[in-house]
Design a protein around this ligand. Structure first.
Ligand code: MN
Length: 253
């Protein structure tokens, strides 16, 4: 099995090494193509206004001066010899739950893979509120990654679908199991906007993501993580709201 790994935290992200360890349970044919630098929050952005550069770091290890989507595209078109059987994106440092998904470079890299018709899975490690990266930040992902990936590698997935996995911020042995759940929703509040002044006296603004409130709906990814489970959510690329289609159709004759 040929596997392509990427990570929106960049080619040097510790989570990418964790993902490689997890992937090694299933294959030795592992390729890496990831952004040069952290690209968290870039969503499904594609670089169009400047060139991207490809850098080689090892026999099967490459970085791209672009977005997670650029990295997957380059991985498929320029880096790999033959198409991968699986694309794994992560392990992201931080949650990608509920409506984080559309901001997420991690999930978007898997979206790009799904568009290319390849089985694609996004993996994220929920961190504590401080979000500090410590040596054991990825403990849950290490312990539960192979257990969750095994079934996901041979379950049939329809076209244009992908899977979003999140590991709770708990020690491996405190995790209760794995739940297949739907996407939840945060109550809308885009965190904080920190205002400051740069060294030349000009104002700047810096977005923070902390302390997003949410109502815990039953059967959602947010609830599963809150209950101490690994969450597994199948996602589809068809964003059409089908039940509104009829009414809009009538309005426009
Ligand atoms: Mn990230």
């Amino acid at each position: 099995m040929k596997i392509l790994l990427t990570n929106d935290d960049g080619i040097h992200a510790p989570g990418l090494e964790v993902l490689k360890e997890i992937a090694r349970h299933f294959s030795d044919d592992i390729w890496i193509c990831a952004p040069d630098e952290e690209q968290s929050g870039m969503g499904h952005a594609l670089t169009l206004t400047r060139p991207v550069r490809l850098r080689q770091h090892g026999e099967r290890r490459f970085s791209v001066t672009g977005t997670p989507t650029d990295a997957v595209t380059m991985g498929l078109r320029k880096v790999m010899q033959g198409e991968p059987d699986v694309i794994l994106s992560g392990v992201n440092r931080g949650a990608n739950l509920a409506d984080d998904i559309t901001y997420s470079g991690t999930v978007s890299a898997a979206i790009e893979g799904a568009l290319a018709g390849i089985r694609s899975i996004a993996l994220s490690q929920v961190t504590n509120r401080e979000g500090a990266a410590t040596d054991d930040t990825f403990e849950a992902a290490r312990a539960w990654g192979p257990k969750v990936l095994g079934p996901l590698l041979d379950t049939p997935l329809p076209k244009r679908t992908l899977v979003n996995v999140n590991f709770p911020a708990l020690p491996g042995d405190a995790i209760k199991g794995i739940r297949a759940v739907r996407q939840g929703f945060h109550d809308y509040s885009r965190g904080t906007v920190v205002e400051g002044r740069d060294p030349r006296g000009f104002k700047y603004y810096w977005f923070g993501l902390q302390a997003m409130e949410h109502t815990l709906d039953h059967g959602t990814d947010l609830e599963a993580i809150d209950d101490g489970f690994v969450s597994v959510t199948p996602l589809q690329l068809d964003l059409t709201h089908h039940s509104s289609l009829g009414e809009l159709g009538e309005r426009f004759g």
